[in-house]
Ligand binder design. Sequence first.
Ligand code: NDP
Ligand code: MG
Length: 382
Amino acid sequence: MKPCRIAILGSTGSIGLNTLKVVDQHPQRFQVKVLSAHNNFKLLEGQIKKYRPGHVAVGPEGLAYFLKAGFKGIKFYPGKDCSGLAALPDVDVVVLAMRGTSALMPFLTGLRAGKRVAPANKEALVIAGDLIMRQAQRHGGRIIPIDSEQSAIFQCLDGQRSKPKSVHLTASGGPLRTVASRDFRKMGPKDILRHPRWKMGPKITVDSATMMNKGFEVIEAGHLFNLRDDQIKVLVHPEAIIHSMVEFEDGACLAQLGVTDMRLPIQYALTYPERLNTGLKDLDLVQWGRLHFQKPDLRKFPSLGLAFEAARRAGSQPAVLNAADEVAVEAFLNGTIGFSQIYKVVEKVFLAHRIVKTPCLEAILEADKWARQKAQEIIRTI
Ligand code: NDP
Ligand code: MG
């Protein structure tokens, strides 16, 4: 069997490193053709030596370093625009493992070139889901999601002839599920970055604490599976064993369960429709004994409600939500604002936005830029 040739954009992050572990589990099945990173070029260097990709994209400092070091047989590109790497003829699957809106252009380019695109990144779908899904349809590019909830829904829908009535997105509840909201203002980055179930990059961990991450997933699922917002339910499930569920007209509910390890959805997206051994522990439900479920508390986690509102308003509103959140979370992580102020900043930007109903790419990028500036402005006044 010919090996699957992959591009890993964002190979130095949490998803990127897990993708390389999947490659290590089945070295004969995969060839790493492209790697990319932003700043962490020392880690990238080790990956280049081990996997010998043909193409590497990296930020300015790393680019200067690698060009000087002179790696034979490897082409280096500025990381700013690595979208061309998603369309290379010797790439079969593009893994979008980078954070932020930088994934949007490679997403579109990969689909245009008819590739299988495996997004862990959710920001691109949140801000430009309509454009992405249209592009996939037009050019026959296949999207197999990595985000665990979307992967679960994809797996439950695979082979089904009927459309789902609704989906139930599960949420672990994040690091603040059991903390009273009056204590939120005492929470610093160190407290928040301790996620009880998943080990992820800092931005998405903060988003899990506000539940904005689940809100983004509501918008993401709407695009990926063509669902209205009233067909998407959020279910808090602290054990994070059920990764999501799909409910059909007849009342049947299909769920995907598994241990909490991103290697499972990553490998599935790479080898679909085949399933291979992941080397992970078996799921032991007897050891868990009980699984728990709760309704999300929208008063405690208003970000989730705001994301539902963005899904309803659609147009440029989700792009504004995403951009404002990115700026506010960064300000929290660098100590400029407190945890409770994240929502306040995002809500102010959200409400100040004049929606563009069916935005083209330029209008989305314009809304993104406006929201970032507005969020900075608001943060300066805090
Ligand atoms: P990390 O912060 O751990 O890693 C981000 C990666 O993106 C790194 O390789 C980083 O490079 C690169 N990067 C950062 N900024 C840029 C940029 N401007 N241009 C190009 N590359 C950039 O994030 P995660 O791996 O946690 O998350 C990646 C994406 O996957 C996010 O969209 C997240 O929401 C999503 N996701 C993550 C999950 C997880 O388990 N971690 C689960 C589900 C979804 P460098 O290291 O050089 O800075
Ligand atoms: Mg998720």
